[in-house]
Structure formats: structure tokens, C-alpha cells
Design a binder for this molecule. Structure first.
Ligand SMILES: Cc1cc2nc3c(=O)[nH]c(=O)nc-3n(C[C@H](O)[C@H](O)[C@H](O)COP(=O)(O)O)c2cc1C
Length: 527
């Protein structure tokens, strides 16, 4: 690793006055009467979705961990907010800085044009925008950094969905927009690239029209005639000063190719489902979400000896599956991702490879995935009626799970590991290359639910996302037709070994200690 050029994973809007936000924590509550725009609700929402929740220390190094998991803790995304905040009646474009847990002003929004967008959204909506700095991932991972960035997008959407659900609010991905429209509103400072916009609103809010999420438009001239942004992000030196096209031509090409230039057409059969009205019932029995969000950590290694005799009790296992199938992150398209489970240590469930059918019947998936009829396709005995878990191959697949996950022990020492396969080529052909991003978002939102479902099980379990895997090898093992189906993400859940690097002290002690400093002069590099 070239530590000297390690990117700063916090970007500050230089010179911008900071609006410090109230912090969240496992026991914090938000008064039910607070609007999402109020500082108390917004502070808790942003902390629960993307704020610092712990630190890790090893040797001289000390780095922060956030509510949202991130591949290699590299945090390639920046978060923005559009609209009015607190008592200020003027709508602003804000930047959320998780290092300080504060909002930084970027520019005042033209009020009339903002009103024309707000009226297309449910009452009381706040709009969150995500941008990416792919360099933060490419620095460590090289070309796969583009894919890893979009893994993080799926997790970030999931983290917002759970953070919102903790305040009886919903998140809708505004997916009727083109990338040009999103860029037009976000006016990103290089090298940030706009990714998506999310509408976050009280779950009971009045909708502006039927299926409003299909019809939102920003137009192309949002800022026309308005002054330039007042504040800009601190300079980022990416790719050692080289243009991306020269340093990482594959990333530059993937970025360009996967831009959406026109809205999804009705002929392409994109719009499939309405957003859920409330938190799915499977999560109601999980108890309050905020303690789960703040305790969430990735396991670095598992101790298979810690498994109860016989393995993970099956009722706990099925609760985890239920909460993965029915989780609050919503996407409008027909579910494209199917999770293949490598079950190692679950009581009353024979070890083997299983499919958890999502959004489609067993027979439909059988025809699609196994036309030659090589696999068992038996409903696992004892499977509850609301969880369609199908046995494909019996046997001990611990070595295969590990090998398929870049030889990482976490995939074999666990209770179970998962390979998420997406319907890939048909989506690319139907919709265009932007589908590539969305299949990764969908898979990783399931990962987001798994992290919290592992905690909710209250059985000493933890999850870990696995972004390093050998897709062609796994596709071959599962016998699926590739690239019709593509392996896009892995995950694992088990009994963690204690990670002595985690410092569970107050996560914003640094911000308190540095309160009187000029924030433009404080270095967050390495944190
Ligand atoms: C998309 C994604 C991919 C990941 N891939 C791996 C992996 O291959 N191996 C691993 O040990 N951890 C992996 N992790 C775990 C991250 O390293 C972890 O999220 C990060 O260090 C932050 O720690 P936290 O999750 O405890 O906040 C992954 C996490 C995510 C979100």
C-alpha cells in the first residue's frame, strides 16, 4: 500500500460555516413531533446513516468506522442534502461532513425552482444526494475500485433506509432521473461524480400523485442564472495527478458507459413495485433499530468453536432470512438478485448449497438457473412457509465458499456464507450499461439488512461483507449460465473473534477536542 498517497476519506467544503448537528447513539430518541428538517431529527438521521460510530486503533494508526459499512473502510461516497434545515426558511444545498457530524453550506438553492421539485415529492421530504470519489477505492483496489464503489452505494442506501425507518420515515431512490439531471442539480466538484438522489419522507406523508416516484423530473437548467456555488470541496489529488483516462482507462470507460442518458422507458419494463408504506413486519420483532445500527461492526474473523452444539438454531436462521427478504431498502425494478447460501453450521439444516428464492417462484428460477436439471431443487425440510429456501446440492462446501471468496476464512468459519447472483446480461440488454450499477446496489442493500439482522438475532452473531470473490469460478461451481447470471457480491455471518482494535469510546471525542480549531486547517487524513 502506498500510504503516503492515502486519500482523505472526508472532504471539507473549505471556508463554509459548519452547522453542527445533534448526535445519535443507541439510546437516543427523537421526539415524534419533530419534522425531518428539524436539527434534532436530521442530526440523528445522518448519524444513524453515515456518521462515525467507533474507531479502530493499531500501532500508530487510528481510523474511524461509520454507521454504514464500507469496503476496506475506504468510504468512497460523499453525502449532500437539499432543502430547508432547522428554522432557516431558505432552501440550501448542503454537504454532510461525517468527521465533524456537521452540515456545510454549498450554495443557496433558487427557491422557485426548488419549490417546483419539492412539489413532485411527498410532503416533508428531504432530498439526499450521493456522489462518489472512485479514486478512494482505486488507490487500494485498482480497476475493481469502480465495482467496490457501487457496492458501497448499495450499503449506503440500505443504511439510509434503516436510519429513516428508525424515525418512521421511508427512502425512495429517485430513479426516473438521468445522470445529466442529477449532475445538473449537484454541480459536483471534481473528482466527485454524482451517483443518485434519495427522497426521505415521513412514511405517512401525503403523496403528490399516484406512482409519483416514476415521474420526478429535475429538468436541465436548475441553476441557470443563479450565482456559482459559494463553497467548494478541498482539492483532491487523484491518480497521482494523472487524468483518470490515462491512469485507469478501464474505470474511466466504465464510468462513461454506465451513465444513464435517458429515463427508463416503459417498453423496457423497468418499473415493477411500489415502495413499502412502513417498516416490514419481520423487523418489528427485532426491537428498536438504533441500538443495532450503532453496535453494527464487521467481523474480522470467526471462531467456529463458538457455534452452539448442532449449529445456529434454525429459528434464528430463518428470522435472519425473513429480515433479509423483507427489508426497508427499496428499488423500483423487479428483484434481480438471488442469494445462494453455503450453509455450514445451522441446526436441522443439512450442510449444502441452497437458493433463497426472491420475488420469483421456485419453478421459474429452476428453469432459468438449471435448465439441464442437474440440481436437487428440494424445499429444505422445516422451512417456514414465508421463506422459500431450496436445497440445490448437499455436502460440505466450506472449502468452496472460502475459495470463491478470495480464500478468506470468514467464508468457511461462519454459520453460512452467501453469493449474490444477479440477472446480468438481460438487464444490460434491456436497460443499458447503467444496469450494472443497480444490480450491485440491490445485492449490497441485502448485505445491509444482513448486517443488522445478524445483530437483531441477539445470538452473538456478526456479519461481514465480502467484496473480494472469484466470480467466474463461483458461477461455474453453481452451474449458472454466465454472463446471463453474474456473481456480484458475497456475505458471511458467524460467531466473531474479539477484534481488539475496536475502540468503543465516544465516537465524536475528536470533534469536541478540536471545537475551537479552524476546520479548514484540521487534517482528517488517515482517520
Ligand atoms: C462492500 C463491502 C465489501 C467488503 N469486503 C470485505 C472482504 O472482502 N473481506 C473482509 O474481511 N471485509 C470486507 N468488508 C468489511 C469492511 O472491511 C468493513 O466494513 C470496514 O472495515 C468497516 O468496518 P465496519 O463494517 O465494522 O464499520 C467489506 C465491507 C463492504 C461494505
Amino acid at each position: 500500500m502506498d500510504w503516503d498517497s492515502q486519500p482523505d476519506k472526508f472532504r471539507r467544503m473549505l471556508g463554509s460555516p459548519s452547522l453542527d448537528l445533534p448526535r445519535s447513539g443507541p439510546e437516543v430518541t427523537v421526539p415524534a413531533s419533530s419534522s425531518l428538517q428539524s436539527l434534532s431529527a436530521l442530526g440523528v438521521l445522518l448519524h444513524d446513516a453515515a456518521g462515525i460510530t467507533a474507531w479502530k486503533a493499531q500501532g500508530q494508526a487510528r481510523w474511524s468506522l461509520r454507521a454504514n459499512p464500507s469496503s476496506g473502510a475506504l468510504q468512497p461516497l460523499e453525502i449532500y442534502l437539499f432543502g430547508t434545515v432547522g428554522d432557516d426558511k431558505d432552501p440550501w444545498h448542503w454537504h454532510y461532513n461525517p468527521y465533524w457530524h456537521s452540515l456545510e453550506r454549498v450554495a443557496q438553492l433558487p427557491a422557485d425552482r426548488w419549490a417546483s421539485i419539492a412539489k413532485q415529492l411527498p410532503d416533508g421530504t428531504i432530498v439526499v444526494g450521493l456522489t462518489s470519489i472512485v479514486w478512494r477505492n482505486a488507490w487500494k483496489y485498482g480497476d475493481p475500485g469502480f465495482r467496490y464503489t457501487h457496492h458501497d452505494v448499495g450499503h449506503q442506501i440500505s443504511s439510509f433506509a434503516f436510519a429513516a425507518a428508525a424515525q418512521n420515515a421511508s427512502v425512495v431512490l429517485l430513479d426516473s432521473l438521468t445522470d445529466d439531471e442529477i449532475s445538473g442539480l449537484m454541480r459536483p466538484d471534481a473528482p466527485e461524480e454524482p451517483v443518485c438522489l434519495l427522497a426521505i419522507f415521513p412514511s405517512t406523508a401525503r403523496a403528490p400523485r399516484e406512482e409519483w416516484w416514476r415521474h420526478v423530473r429535475l429538468g436541465g437548467d436548475f441553476w441557470q442564472g443563479a450565482p456559482a456555488a459559494q463553497y467548494h470541496g478541498a482539492p483532491v489529488q487523484s491518480y497521482y495527478g494523472q487524468p483518470e483516462q490515462e491512469a485507469r482507462p478501464l474505470i474511466a470507460a466504465a464510468r462513461e458507459a454506465s451513465r444513464r442518458t435517458s429515463p427508463p422507458s416503459d417498453e423496457a419494463d423497468f418499473w415493477h413495485q411500489a415502495p413499502p408504506q412502513e417498516l416490514p413486519a419481520a423487523w418489528a420483532s427485532a426491537g428498536p433499530l438504533r441500538p443495532l445500527i450503532h453496535a453494527r461492526r464487521s467481523a474480522q474473523s470467526f471462531n467456529p468453536e463458538a457455534a452452539p452444539v448442532g449449529g445456529l438454531p434454525s429459528h434464528i436462521f430463518y428470522d435472519i432470512l425473513r429480515r433479509t427478504l423483507r427489508q426497508p431498502a427499496w428499488f423500483p425494478w423487479r428483484s434481480a438478485v438471488q442469494p445462494f447460501f453455503f450453509i455450514h453450521r445451522v441446526a436441522d439444516v443439512e450442510p449444502g448449497i441452497y437458493l433463497l428464492c426472491r420475488g420469483r417462484s421456485k419453478d421459474e428460477l429452476r428453469k432459468e438457473l438449471d435448465p439441464a436439471g442437474k440440481l436437487a431443487w428440494e424445499i429444505a425440510p422445516g422451512t417456514p412457509a414465508d421463506v422459500l429456501l431450496v436445497l440445490l446440492q448437499r455436502g460440505d462446501f466450506r472449502e468452496e465458499a472460502k475459495l470463491g471468496s478470495c480464500v478468506q476464512d470468514i467464508a468457511s468459519d461462519s454459520a453460512f456464507a452467501i453469493a449474490f447472483l444477479a440477472e446480468h446480461l438481460p438487464g444490460l440488454e434491456k436497460h443499458g450499461a447503467w444496469w450494472y450499477k443497480r444490480e450491485h446496489w440491490e445485492a449490497c442493500a441485502l448485505g445491509g439488512a444482513l448486517y443488522l439482522a445478524a445483530g437483531a438475532a441477539n445470538a452473538g452473531l456478526q456479519g461481514t461483507g465480502i467484496g473480494c470473490f472469484f466470480a467466474p469460478w463461483v458461477q461455474g461451481l453453481l452451474g449458472v449460465e454466465a454472463p446471463r447470471w453474474a456473481d456480484v457480491y458475497h456475505f458471511t455471518v458467524g460467531w466473531p473473534k474479539t477484534d481488539g482494535r475496536v475502540d468503543g469510546g465516544p465516537p465524536y471525542i475528536h470533534a469536541d477536542a478540536l471545537r475551537d480549531f479552524d476546520r479548514d486547517t484540521v487534517s482528517s487524513r488517515g482517520a
